[in-house]
Structure formats: C-alpha cells, structure tokens
Design a protein around this ligand. Structure first.
Ligand SMILES: Nc1nc2c(c(=O)[nH]1)N[C@H]1C(S)=C(S)[C@@H](COP(=O)(O)OP(=O)(O)OC[C@H]3O[C@@H](n4cnc5c(=O)[nH]c(N)nc54)[C@H](O)[C@@H]3O)O[C@H]1N2
Ligand SMILES: Nc1nc2c(c(=O)[nH]1)N[C@H]1C(S)=C(S)[C@@H](COP(=O)(O)OP(=O)(O)OC[C@H]3O[C@@H](n4cnc5c(=O)[nH]c(N)nc54)[C@H](O)[C@@H]3O)O[C@H]1N2
Ligand code: SF4
Ligand SMILES: [Mo]
Length: 697
C-alpha cells in the first residue's frame, strides 16, 4: 500500500493526511505524522474521507437535461452547449448578465482559473463564493480596523497563549484539531473563556462561559471595553504607539454601566468584571471567532467590536495573541486570496482601481471589466429580476446552504441556463441544465490555504472516476472554445506559477518551496521568503489601527405572538455543510442520521413536547418537519437546527436579511412557530427544489 501525503478536504484547520492507496483506489486515510497543524491526529470527518470521494458515489460523465431528464453527453457536446448558452445570455443581457460562483472546497489553482475565466473570458466581475455567507463580515470589519482580514496569528500561537477567548465558535465540533489544542493549552494553565448562547462542549469545559442572549454581541463587547476603560486597564502604550486616536470610542462608551450590559446580555455583572480584568491583564490573549458573530445583519459591527477589544488591550502583534477569524472551509482563505470575490483580483488588488485593471488587462491579454460585480446573493436576486441569465456554479449547493430555500429555488429556475461542476448530483446540480463531473482533491495536484494563511500541497493519488476532470482544466477548455487562449495550462503548477507572478503576496512561493516544508504562510515575498506566520508585529496595513465606535443592533426578525420562538442554525461534528460528502460515510451517518430540532427540556415540559416527537417548524418563509431532540445545550425560548440534512432543510426557515456592508444574511437568528405532527405521523418534507419553488410550504 502506498501512502500519499495530502491535506484534509473538509474544514479550514488544514490537517495533514496520508491517502492510503491500493490498486488505484483510496482505501483509507491516516494522519500525517509530525504535521505542524494536526500533530499526528485527525477528527472523525478526516478519518472518513475515503467514503466522501469514493468512485461508486460519483458523477462519471457530463449530463445534459432534456425534457426534464438528464442524459449522458460527451465533453464536446456539453462544453459547446455551455459556450453557446453563455454567449446567448450575454447577447440578451450584456456582459454582466452572467456569473460564476466558485468553490471554497476546490484548489487555489481551480479558483484562480474561475476568476480569470469570469474576468478575461466573460468580461465580468460577477464572481463570488461561499465566503459571502461565512466570514465576509470578518474581511469587511478587519479591513476597516487593521487593513487586512485574515487571521493575524497562527494555530501554533495557541500553545503560547495565557488566555483563549472564543466568541461564537463551536471549536471542538467544527475546527476539531484547534479545539483539541485549546483544551491542551487550558490543561497547561491557560485560561479559557467562551462566549456563546449555547452550552457547547468547549463552553462546558471553559473556565468561564458567558452564556449571552443570542445576538447581544456588540452590547457585551462594548460593555467589557467600558469596564476596561473605566478601570484604566487598557494598554495605553500600545494605543499611543500603534492606534489612531481613541477619544471617539471612549466618548461613545462613556455612559454604559455594567448593570446595563448585564441587563442587555443576560450575563451577571461579576462575570463581566472578571472577564474584562482577565483579558486586559493577560500577558498573551488569543481571540478567535466564528459564525456566532458573523452571521448577523450586524456581522461587520460585531467583528469591529471584537477588534476594538483586542486592540484596546494590545492583544495583537505578539506571539500567543491575535485577532483570529477561524475560516471555515478547507480552502475558503484561498478562494478569497485568489480573487473569487466581485471586488478584488488575486492577492486583494482592488477591482475598481484603474492601475490594477491595466495590470491584469496586460497580464491576461484581454480588456478588464470596469465596475466591481455582484455578490453570490446579488446574483441569485438578479436572476429573479431577469438581469442575470446564465450562471456557473463550481462546487456549491445553495439550494441546501443559502438562506430561504424557496427563494433560491425560484432564482435558479428563473435563469435561462445553469451549469454545475460537482462530485455528486446535489440538490443544486439537479436543477442544472448541464452537470459536469469534477475531479476530487485525491485526483489532482494543487494547493489549499488553511485558516492561518498556510498554503499547502495536495497531490494526485489516483485517477478520476469516468471522465471527470479538474475544475481548472474544464475552465481552460471552455475558455479556448470561447476564443480565449490564455488558460491552456499543462499542469496545476503552471497555474500556480502564473498566479504567483501576478499576486505580490505569493511572489516567493513555488511548489518546490511548499514541498520542502509543510507549506508557507502568505505574505511570502522577497522581504519574507520564509512566509509570515505572525502579522502586524511592527505596524498594520493601515499604518495605525482604528478603533471604531459601533452600537448594538437587534436581529431583523425577533419572536412575536405569531412566531414566538427564536430560531438559530449551527453544525454537528459528524457532518459537513450540505452533507454531500460526509453523508456518504456509513460511520458518520450512524452518528447523526437525520435532521433534528433542538429544544430545552424545560420548554418541552412546559409546552408538552417529548424527546423524538415529530414536529413542524414554520417561519414567514416556509416550514420543515423533523424530530425534536431535547438538550440543555440550548437556553429556554430558543429552537435550533443543523443545516446538513437535505431531507430536513432548515434553510427553508432562515432569513436573508443582510448586513449592509458585507451582504451577509442573518443565518443565526429568525422567528419561528412550532406545532406537533398528528400522533403516529413521521416527519416528511418535499425535497425536489423545482417543486419547492412553486409549492406553498
Ligand atoms: N463538523 C463540521 N465542521 C465544520 C463545518 C461543518 O459543517 N461541520 N463547516 C465549516 C465551515 S464552512 C465553517 S464557516 C465553520 C463554522 O464553525 P462555527 O463558527 O463554529 O459555526 P456554527 O456552529 O455555525 O456557529 C458557532 C457558534 O455560534 C454560536 N452563536 C449563535 N449566536 C451567537 C451569538 O449571538 N453570539 C455568540 N457569541 N455566539 C453565537 C452558536 O451557538 C454556535 O455554537 O466550521 C467549519 N467546520
Ligand atoms: N442555516 C445555515 N446555513 C448556512 C450556514 C449556517 O451556519 N447556517 N453556514 C454557511 C457557511 S459558513 C458556508 S461556508 C456555506 C457552505 O455552503 P456550500 O459551499 O454550498 O457547502 P458544501 O457542502 O461545502 O458544498 C460544496 C460542494 O462542493 C463539492 N466539491 C468538493 N470538492 C470539489 C472540487 O474539487 N470541485 C468541485 N467542482 N466541487 C467540489 C462538494 O461535493 C459539495 O457538494 O453554508 C452556509 N449556510
Ligand atoms: S479538524 Fe478539519 S481539517 Fe482536521 S481532520 Fe477534522 S475536518 Fe479535517
Ligand atoms: Mo463557512
């Protein structure tokens, strides 16, 4: 048996795996010994990788829909159809009448190709990906406070931290190897503080759990900061040396009392005082956050409030500290870095800057679009309005993972043409006119960039099933068919080298350098040839950092007489996003086999519900049936669902009210009603999205 070193395909931790290959098949996975991130361990999802990519579960040939049914097609026919449909859409609706949604699960090389295809071949900046509904508020918020939106420190800094502050992240479940590292830090004496409305596993083990009222993040963070200012616990030297004038922020917070903060958040004054004192006095505090603060209409403000707190206490720019958004997908950092965003080119070069446009027009030999493009939800809305006619989705399943499923289904149906590149026939792929089989990460060379900006190599271990191909190859062929010759690379390495030549933050990276060690952190250039595990030690990209006054904003939809329960969505350890990969594993499927609605047992007793009872949950946008699971993880008055289960799709309920800055939808809060199903009835939901688009749910 051969063991080929690679990187896990699931979350942004970026664990090192070995692919066990026998007779041309990946038969298992083992941890890479000595890998600096995973240190010889993997979580349950990593161990179960071989099911997720098994050829038996995969698309093998292109499919074209005729009279509502898919039939197999040749690559020639499928690509010709895509080329002509995209050209036709642009003739009717202009260059911006088409769009590309790229894939944070695919490689940097695939993502570089996707945005180059959008800009150089289609002539539009309509390119985006799932970061929009993930960490876009972190990117927007930190751009305003520091000038750069990535993790400032590295995962290894957890080993050096004296205090770890986790806000709105369920780390043991979702970034399992980072969660384990935090618990090891606590065992050696670091203090662990968790801010979360649920009693997560990490919250139960923490030294202090601030179980705040859901959505009261800015009230809490402002309140902590006011206690720090009132007691003179801020880091005056750091503020004077590294930050802009903080007088406006001091004034903004001056009137707040700990009692008011306690009333607004539900947290006892004594706990507020203790956390403010611990955080401000710690020699090194590592701050990390996730979807519990970004997925709100106040997402950008929430991130700014975290940044304010860390800056005021000087907890950034040194080992063991940092302002650290825990990026979710294995390569979501990379998809952003590659420029799969409507406003930036590779390496965060601004799409509306004439000098940048001129640079890429010259490098790629094609005119560049003048204006920034639409976001992913902007594209689906434009489809409904008839302004976007053709869409390419490379490895995303918005029918299951975007808010307000019926609206998403209607948008996709309103398109003239949809093409999806996928490993399997997802709910979104079922809606497509053409589906292309994509090679998975074990069938290609390339790179993934984990949450700490570490670019790591993945390697082709086996051939792809049927005629499946790498996303960058498919895009290159399609480009040639559409009359553009600048994407005819002969290897993933050639794509990477072209990328490194146009994106200064990668200029000193090459496959040889990445192979020689366990990857490199960007920026990696002439000044930092060994990469940059720690950012902002001397100065910030903005020069001085900014502490910006922000105020508490409640969720767009709060419980009322008609929809009396607060509803939130989160993740389970054993399943990953739309579930299209982890649910192929019988081992993972055995652990959490189906959609559940979580409820506090005291609420159940009061309203007469029992564990595993079948219920119907409804919001202003739709309804879903599932079974109840009683758990005191949840506070009273709140219901929660995971979003991995296509047959119990919680995104039928969620609200697409958006953060005005980042366009993040409010996936963490809306209002719902619940009712029992008749005795003996089992939960049942219509799954077919084309039916869902028309049904009254
Ligand atoms: N097992 C597994 N791992 C995954 C994924 C997966 O699907 N499954 N997905 C990956 C992806 S794409 C991402 S982005 C990451 C996401 O990882 P996380 O950020 O951990 O994601 P969630 O579980 O959605 O939400 C995190 C926490 O936010 C809390 N929360 C809700 N509202 C509030 C609030 O108002 N304030 C605070 N402070 N907390 C709140 C929830 O209770 C929850 O515990 O995980 C990645 N890893
Ligand atoms: N209610 C609710 N909804 C949410 C969230 C939430 O917390 N609550 N979280 C949001 C977040 S943070 C995120 S990131 C999104 C994730 O939403 P999605 O990106 O839609 O979720 P994934 O399951 O990761 O889908 C990726 C698809 O890519 C395919 N794939 C994997 N590798 C490749 C490849 O190399 N090439 C191609 N072409 N395809 C590939 C997989 O088969 C899979 O179907 O969900 C969001 N939706
Ligand atoms: S922690 Fe994340 S990267 Fe590591 S094995 Fe688990 S899913 Fe894979
Ligand atoms: Mo995410």
């Amino acid at each position: 048996m051969q063991v080929i070193p690679s990187i896990c395909t699931f979350c942004g931790v970026g664990c090192g795996i070995g692919l066990r290959v026998e007779h041309g098949r990946v038969v298992g996975v083992e941890p890479q010994p000595g890998h600096p991130v995973s240190q010889g361990q993997l979580c349950a999802k990593g161990w179960s990788t071989s099911f997720a990519i098994d050829p038996a579960n995969r698309l093998r040939e292109p499919l074209i829909k005729e009279h509502g049914q898919f039939r197999p097609a040749t690559w020639d026919e499928a690509l010709e159809r895509i080329a002509s449909e995209f050209r036709a859409a642009q003739e009717t609706a202009g260059a911006d009448g088409v769009g590309v949604i790229s894939c944070a699960r695919a490689t940097n090389e695939d993502n570089y190709a996707a945005q180059k295809f959008a800009r150089a071949v289609l002539g539009t900046n309509n390119v985006d990906h799932c970061a929009r509904i993930c960490h876009s508020p972190s990117v927007a918020g930190l751009a305003r406070t520091l000038g750069s939106g990535a993790m400032t420190n590295s995962i290894a800094d957890i080993d050096l931290a004296e205090l770890i502050l986790v806000i709105g992240a369920d780390v043991t479940e979702n970034h399992a190897m980072i969660g384990a590292r935090m618990l090891r830090a606590q065992a050696r004496g670091a203090k662990l503080v968790v801010i979360d409305p649920r009693k997560t596993r990490l919250a139960r083990l923490a030294d202090i759990h601030l179980q705040l009222r859901l959505g009261s993040n800015v009230a809490l963070l402002n309140g902590l900061l006011q206690i720090i200012f009132a007691n003179g616990w801020e880091n005056a030297a750091f503020l004077a040396e590294r930050c802009e004038d903080i007088t406006p922020l001091r004034r903004h917070l001056a009137g707040i009392t700990p009692e008011q903060t306690s009333a607004a958040t539900g947290i006892p004054v004594a706990d507020l005082l203790r956390v403010a004192e611990l955080f401000s006095h710690s020699p090194a505090a590592f701050t990390a956050w996730g979807m519990g603060i970004t997925q709100f209409q106040s997402g950008t403000n929430n991130v700014i409030a975290v940044s304010n707190l860390a800056l005021a206490c000087g907890q950034v720019g040194r080992p063991g500290t940092g302002i650290n958004p825990l990026r979710g997908q294995n390569n979501v950092q990379g998809a952003c870095d590659m420029g799969c965003l409507p406003n930036v080119y590779p390496g965060y070069q601004q799409a509306d800057a004439p000098a940048v446009q001129a640079k890429f027009a010259q490098a790629w030999g094609a005119p560049m679009p003048a204006r920034p493009g639409l976001t992913s939800l902007g594209m689906t809305r434009a489809a409904l309005d008839g302004n976007l006619r053709a869409l390419m989705i490379i490895g995303e399943d918005p029918v299951v993972t975007d808010p307000d499923q019926r609206q998403v289904a209607r948008s996709l149906q309103a398109l003239d043409f949809l093409v999806v590149f996928e490993l399997t026939l997802t709910e979104t792929a079922k809606m497509a006119d053409v589906v292309l089989p994509a090679a998975s990460f074990v069938e290609k060379d390339g790179t993934f960039t984990n949450c700490e900006r570490r670019v790591q190599r993945i390697r082709k271990a086996v051939g792809a099933p049927g005629t499946a191909r790498c996303d960058w190859q498919i895009l290159g062929d399609l480009a040639a068919r559409m009359g553009y010759a600048g994407m005819d690379w002969d290897s993933a390495e050639a794509v990477f080298d072209e990328m490194a030549a146009v994106a200064p933050i990668f200029s000193a990276m090459s496959y040889a350098e990445l192979d020689a060690r366990h990857g490199l952190h960007w920026p990696c250039d002439a000044e930092h040839p060994q990469g940059s595990p720690l950012l902002h030690a001397q100065s910030f990209p903005l020069g001085r950092a900014r502490l910006i006054p922000v105020s508490q904003v409640e969720p767009a939809e709060c419980p009322d007489a008609e929809y009396p329960w607060l509803f939130t969505t989160h993740r389970f350890h054993f399943h990953y996003n739309c579930g299209s990969m982890t649910r192929k594993s019988p081992l993972l499927e055995r652990e959490t086999p189906a959609g559940l609605v979580l409820m506090n047992p005291l609420d159940a007793a009061e309203h007469g519900y029992a564990d595993l009872q079948a219920v119907r949950v409804s919001s202003r946008r739709g309804a879903v049936e599932a079974r109840l699971q009683l758990t005191d993880d949840l506070p009273r008055g709140m219901l929660a669902m995971p979003y991995h289960f296509r047959e119990a799709p919680c995104n039928r309920l969620t609200n697409d009210a958006m953060d005005p800055v980042s366009k993040m939808p409010e996936l963490k809060a809306c209002a719902v009603a619940i009712e029992p199903l008749p005795a003996g009835a089992a939960p049942h939901n219509r799954i077919d999205a084309s039916e869902v688009a028309h049904a009254s749910l």
